[in-house]
Write a protein that binds this ligand. Sequence first.
Ligand code: AMP
Ligand code: ZN
Ligand code: FE
Ligand code: FE
Length: 284
Amino acid sequence: MDLIDLHTHTTASDGSFSPGRVVELALAAGLKAVGVTDHDSTDGLDEALAKGRDIGLEVVPGVEISAEFQSGTMHVLGYYMDYREPEFKNRLTALQDGRRNRNPNIVCKLNGLGLELTMDEVRAESGGGQVGRPHFARVLIRKGYVATTEEAFDLYLGKGRPAYVDKFRFFPREAVQMILQAGGLPVLAHPSTLKLSREGLEALVAELKAAGLVGLEAYYSTHSPEMIEDYLALCGRFDLVPTGGSDFHGESKKDISLGTGRGDLAVPLDILQRLKNRSVAKHE
Ligand code: AMP
Ligand code: ZN
Ligand code: FE
Ligand code: FE
């Protein structure tokens, strides 16, 4: 079966490989297409698309937008948007400013807890792209304060932990709309991380579908076969395209491999055509 991966991170956000390298790794892994979806940034897309043309691999331009949600993490993926569109860029800038304002406060909180680190050290870890919490985790690991990224989140960086600092986000509807407005296809990422009941998820999906959602990430590294079946059924009920990807971050998340996730992920190529059909339909 021909396989793809529509959810990956690069050094433009908190992945450890450059956009070009992620595309090379996707080809080496035998994938037929790779989507690049950095957090609140499209800075890696030009490089990824150019590399795809060079080596003959289909690259799907994407983004992963952070949205406001109480019960867990909400991320809205966007595909095929015109990422040079001015209003879209303005909104990304607002999200990036939110991160830049937050990050020094995380340093303060960690320092207050007796952990020595500076914003410069965290920035150096990011390699010049967007700074995210996994970069803080890497510095904490390097300095011996924690053993793993998980431990860094559990002890300090995760929501509700002592060095957690909130950042500016759009509401889910606004995240969907900013992607639509730039001609892109909004997809609800990893629905499992919302920690909703079945009824809660259905209500949310109905609301986002009304706002223009076109897909739901049914295939994901941490989704069991039963969960995937459930999400595929939900897609059927709401006329959404089931999408999928590993959420590959390279060395920042060592247990997740490109394409295969934790070993058993398999995202079929045909979903990409179904996604593209929505794009065509929108313009008819
Ligand atoms: P940020 O964009 O700075 O809010 O950080 C989000 C990133 O942190 C995402 O890549 C998540 O995958 C990662 N992350 C969130 N929670 C955890 C956790 N408990 N363990 C490891 N990584 C996490
Ligand atoms: Zn990430
Ligand atoms: Fe995500
Ligand atoms: Fe992601």
